[in-house]
Design a protein around this ligand. Structure first.
Ligand code: ASP
Length: 454
């Protein structure tokens, strides 16, 4: 059996939902369908999830919600009309939204999660009604009834281990199960959403639970590209990559597949295929456990901005037992996670995603490091980008780091940090944000268009 997940653009219009239907009809092994909320229909359009977030904010602020609610309902009403579904489904969705809006606002995060999740939930109800109307034996499945249990983190929940055995019974369900992505329930029955883009996670959890032969992730591109197509013109298509490679690439900006969605697939070795709803005949990108990396050591290059560096130096730091632990404790106390810690003998830098920092937090952290660790020098710099070179073949290819550093040198940019994790599947360069694009372009030429390199 195959589990198929359709992203926001795949379910944004009646025309797209008809394509989804044809894809399901064309292969009887496609028995579980996970759907997103309706996404953008055209560039400049607004995703239903974003409308819902705004709606929840308005309601929480006590502002009038009627106009925005009507905009949300209209998105579904237009789908229902163009799919000839009649008004009953629109009434159901309208009532559902009103009941979520009139729920207790005491727990703001719960209120927000409930409203956000309605995007996927109502999308699944509508699509399953459409499947039935064209003769497919489909049924909407609710994540609570099906057993998708998650922990208690609002807006970034994670599946509990028992979900997998509970959800495994979906493999015995008759017909086609239509499952809303993006949310689950705590053991106490409280709704929680995953991180943004989290319908990929739902699909992966279900695919792992039913031990699917394949998890197909349908989106609006033919495949995963070796670099960001908005920066590199016609980048190379990746036919096959490993879970680790996808994980490393999505870490720094490859948004095509949520990084958290890889773990469930990886654990059960479920192959993942990224495919295009608009062009289902294209082979897509297969994400698998192992691949032959001999001919292509570098699979892709990603780049992401929004990083800060906390620089700390202290003479004889290397001999001070517990220095690193105490430093990280200070960050933990302020709820800050770190990405990399490149270190010297008497200094270290902690690379942090900047969105976690505020001026007040920075001042508090610096003060505590001064007082408690008696560091000689401490400062925080923002505006860094991480450029990541990813490939399974890296650990047995000599000279690769030299080539990468040479390519960066050609751009005239300075490398602020280099980090190669022990897995040697990636090489990370910390650079100034304003150098990011030119570095990405030059690295791409070096590894994918070597004939063009002077
Ligand atoms: N609709 C949610 C979002 O926009 C989840 C998803 O589509 O995966 O983030």
């Amino acid at each position: 059996m195959k589990v198929c997940k359709f992203g926001g653009t795949s379910v944004a219009s009646a025309q797209q939902i008809k394509k989804v239907t044809a894809i399901i009809q064309s292969d009887p092994s496609r028995r579980i369908v996970v759907v997103s909320a309706p996404g953008k229909r055209f560039s400049g359009d607004v995703k239903v999830t974003d409308l819902l977030i705004e709606l929840a904010h308005k309601a929480l602020a006590g502002d009038s919600v009627e106009a925005l609610l009507a905009t949300v309902v209209e998105r579904y009403a237009q789908l229902a009309e163009e799919l000839n579904l009649g008004n009953a489904i629109v009434d159901l969705i309208t009532q559902d939204l009103w009941s979520r809006l009139s729920a207790d606002k005491g727990y703001k995060e719960l209120y927000m999660d409930r409203i956000k999740a309605s995007g996927e939930d109502n999308s699944a109800k509508l699509i399953s009604a459409y499947f039935v109307s064209v003769g497919l034996p489909a049924e909407y499945r609710n994540p609570w009834d099906a057993g998708l249990l998650v922990n208690d983190l609002p807006g970034r929940a994670q599946a509990l281990p028992e979900s997998y055995s509970r959800l495994s019974s979906l493999q015995d369900a008759d017909g086609i199960s239509v499952f809303p992505g993006f949310f689950g329930y705590t053991r106490d029955g409280v709704l929680r959403t995953f991180e943004r883009g989290g319908s990929d996670i739902t699909g992966a959890i279900i695919a792992a639970s039913v031990k699917a032969e394949l998890y197909e992730n349908f989106t609006d591109v033919d495949c995963v590209f070796a670099a960001n197509p908005t920066v590199i013109e016609n980048p190379a298509e990746i036919a096959q990559m490993t879970y680790r490679e996808m994980r490393e690439l999505s870490y720094a900006g490859f948004a095509v597949f949520h990084d958290e969605a890889l773990m469930p697939a990886f654990k059960e070795a479920i192959p993942v295929c990224v495919k295009n709803t608009n062009h289902p005949a294209a082979a897509g990108t297969m994400i698998v456990r192992e691949r032959d990396s001999s001919e292509r050591p570098v699979t892709g290059i990603s780049a992401d901005s929004g990083f800060s560096t906390l620089y700390v130096s202290k003479y004889l730091m290397n001999r001070e037992i517990g220095f690193g632990r105490k430093l990280l404790q200070i960050l933990e106390d302020d709820d800050v996670s770190y990405e990399h810690i490149p270190s010297g003998i008497d200094n270290l830098s902690v690379i942090i995603r900047s969105h976690q920092l505020t001026p007040a937090k920075e001042a508090r952290i610096i003060q505590r490091i001064k007082d408690e660790l008696q560091a000689d020098d401490i400062h925080i710099r923002s505006d860094f980008s991480m450029v990541v070179l990813v490939g399974e073949g890296m650990n047995n290819t000599t000279g690769l780091a030299a080539r990468a550093a040479g390519a960066i040198a050609r751009t005239g940019a300075n490398i602020e940090m280099i980090n190669q994790g022990s897995s040697e599947v990636s090489l990370v360069f910390g650079v100034l944000k304003h150098d990011e694009t030119k570095i990405l372009k030059e690295l791409y030429r070096e590894f994918f268009e070597p004939a063009l390199v002077r």
